[in-house]
Design a protein around this ligand. Structure first.
Ligand SMILES: [Zn+2]
Length: 133
């Protein structure tokens, strides 16, 4: 498999490390308590630079999705579902929906994170529908 892999940076390394350990980690601002994704060097809400990592529940809801019917390469067997997930903690993230018939996915479906090992360094968070809307 040779999917296009993200390259962890100094800022995002704890996030990718968390995925390898089965944890979805988000940054939380020590000044305003805002939780954010993706990893940044400062709070996107108040620009404070004191951020801690918190472990998300992994639960969320599908805010929007698209069914990709032609993969970018053979490493992306189509059809597959790319979705925007509203996490329980607030941030919205883009990911994949797995284990679901593309025709049955609905906005508002409740999802839970799972982790797929894409390489030795990269484990990708994906989501599975746990309760259809
Ligand atoms: Zn803040």
């Amino acid at each position: 498999m040779s999917k296009i892999l993200p390259r962890p940076t100094e800022t995002s390394a704890p996030y990718w490390q968390g995925c390898q350990e089965g944890e979805l980690r988000l940054q939380k601002c020590n000044a305003c308590q805002q939780v954010q994704f993706y990893p940044r060097i400062m709070c996107s809400h108040c620009q404070h630079q004191s951020l801690d990592w918190v472990v998300a529940t992994g639960g969320g809801e599908i805010a929007s999705f698209t069914v990709v019917r032609r993969g970018v390469s053979d490493d992306y067997p189509a059809p597959y579902i790319v979705a925007l997930i509203d996490l329980e903690e607030g941030p919205r993230m883009m990911s994949y929906i797995v284990g679901t018939d593309p025709e049955s996915v609905t906005i508002g479906d409740a999802v839970m994170v799972e982790f797929e090992e894409w390489s030795d360094e990269i484990t990708m968070p994906v989501f599975r529908v746990v309760a259809a809307k």
